[in-house]
Each structure stands twice: as C-alpha cells, then as structure tokens.
Design a protein around this ligand. Structure first.
Ligand SMILES: C[S@@+](CC[C@H](N)C(=O)[O-])C[C@H]1O[C@@H](n2cnc3c(N)ncnc32)[C@H](O)[C@@H]1O
Length: 273
C-alpha cells in the first residue's frame, strides 16, 4: 500500500497517525450523528457485505453489524485500525488505501465512506475504486461537509480563518475542503467513476453538535484535526490568539445552558453501480 504517493497523502497520513487517539473523544460526537442517515440512505440490510472506507475507529462498521450486515473496515492509518480492532474485536479491519482498495472486483453490496473523501488526494480515484469493488447494482454512499454558507459551524471556523490566518504557509495542495458541495458536479464525478448518475440521491442534513465550552471547537481543530491543524500550526502565536478569539466569538451565540449547541451540516450522497 503506497500511502506516501504524494505530498498531500503524506501530510494526511502523518496527521491521522498523530491524532488517532484523540479522534474518538473529540470528533465522534459529531461524525457519528450522520451514520444513521448514511446507512438508511444506502439501504443497508441484514446479510449484506458492506465496506467501510476511511473507517477511523470503525463506527460505521459497528452500526452496520448491529443491523446484521457483514462489515469490513479499511483505513490507511495503522493507529486508527488498532483502535477500531480494540473497539470492535469481532469486525474485520484492514490497513489500506481508499485510492487502491485491496479487494477483488465486485466484492461488496455496499461501500460507505463517512467523512473520508475530502481527505484523499484524488477523491475521484477513491470513487472509481468504490465502483470497482461493488457488485452490479450495489450502492456507494458517502457524507461530505457542507460549506460555510449552509453550515453554521463551518462558517464560524471559516470566517475566523479567512479574516485572520496567513494562508500561504506551504501546506500541500489537497482536494477542496467542501468537496462535492454542488449536486450536479457531484453527479458528474460519480458518472465518470462508473456509476449510474441518474440513480444519485443527494440530501442535506443538519445535526446539533453539543460543545462543553466556548474553546472546544478551536482546540479540536488545533489539537485533533489534520488540515486546519496544519494551517493553525503554521501561524504566529499572535495570529493564533486572534483566530482563537474569533472562533470563540462565533461560538458564543450558540450558548444554551451550560453548553454551546452548534448546527453542523453535511451532504449525504448515494449512487448505484
Ligand atoms: C474524518 S475521519 C472519519 C472517520 C470515520 N469514518 C468516522 O465516521 O468518524 C477520516 C479518516 O480517513 C482516513 N483516511 C484518510 N485518507 C485515507 C486514505 N487515502 N485511505 C484510507 N483512509 C484514509 C483517516 O485515517 C481517518 O481515519
């Protein structure tokens, strides 16, 4: 498996290895909320074989197993795979690359990716691989974050960064942060990857992310993220303080009792082979 094929892949791989042990406590309260949308939209049912790509700690695999389906999880981070195996010892997890899946053609009934596509250097290649390993009429389903114009939580971080961060800091070029945020563009990519574009469904879902403090979001991005963390790590201490203040200011308006309840939006996309 070549996870070091390009600068962005090297950057992402090193990043996920670094933050793997923080992911569950920091981000899972957000990403897990989309799993039922993903699984329902994909029409997963008992005894289906389901590949969970970029599985992280394996939440999608675990949810699929509860339905009586047969999950296999794959992630390029050795540490994520170790965590997944520890959390769900009865599920098969493998280290592997979304862009070069180690499975034969037509092996699965469903391929699911919960918030993984924007992390691979060539998402269209990951879509083509999903298509290759799916059986005929099998379904590919994934989630991608909606952009700041649709997602209040994304807007808080985006506004702070756009207003204050130095952007030209030598980060490797990756796919757009809000990949496939436009339905017809998404359909085109999926058709080119080999899917039946006319079968595509594209839903936009918003969940409430309950944050215990005003600092939580900034600290999550700085300490447990990968791409934004890379940008933040390359700012001066003064700029970082300004960004922290701006994010906290943005969060303030979502105060509810002792916590902050921030709406976060994503697109849930399903397409058939
Ligand atoms: C945001 S996490 C999503 C984890 C999980 N799917 C969830 O629902 O929370 C992104 C995951 O993608 C994995 N990843 C990134 N690039 C990958 C690649 N090229 N191949 C396989 N996994 C990759 C990372 O290691 C990380 O575990």
């Amino acid at each position: 498996m070549n996870v070091h094929a390009d600068d962005f892949a090297r950057f992402e791989h090193a990043g996920w290895e670094r933050v793997a042990d923080k992911y569950d406590s920091v981000w899972s309260s957000l990403t897990r909320q989309f799993i039922s949308y993903l699984i329902n939209a994909a029409g997963v049912s008992a005894s289906m074989s389901v590949l969970d790509v970029a599985c992280g700690p394996g939440y999608v695999s675990a949810a699929v197993k509860q339905l009586g389906a047969i999950p296999t999880g794959i992630d390029f981070s050795e540490k994520m795979i170790a965590i997944a195996k520890q959390m769900s010892p009865d599920i098969a997890f493998f280290q592997g690359n979304a862009q070069d899946l180690p499975f034969a053609n037509s092996s699965f009934d469903r391929v699911l990716i919960n918030f993984g596509l924007l992390h691979v250097s060539q998402p269209e290649q990951a879509c083509a691989e999903a298509c290759r390993v799916l059986r005929s009429r099998g379904r590919f389903a994934f989630t991608v974050w909606a952009g700041p114009e649709e997602s209040p939580g994304a807007k808080v971080v985006n506004d702070a960064i756009q207003a204050h961060a130095k952007m030209n800091v030598g980060l490797p070029e990756g796919p757009p942060r809000y990949l496939y945020g436009e339905k017809e563009e998404c359909r085109k990519v999926l058709e080119q990857a080999g899917f039946d574009g006319s079968s595509m469904t594209y839903e936009t879902r918003t969940v409430e992310w309950h944050l215990p403090s005003m600092r939580y979001l900034f600290e999550a991005e700085r300490d447990a993220g990968v791409r934004t963390a890379g940008l933040l790590a390359r700012q001066s201490p003064e700029t970082l303080e300004v960004i922290r203040g701006a994010i906290e200011n943005g969060i303030r308006r979502y105060a509810k009792g002792n916590e902050f309840v921030v709406p976060m939006t994503a697109h849930v996309v399903v397409v058939s082979k």
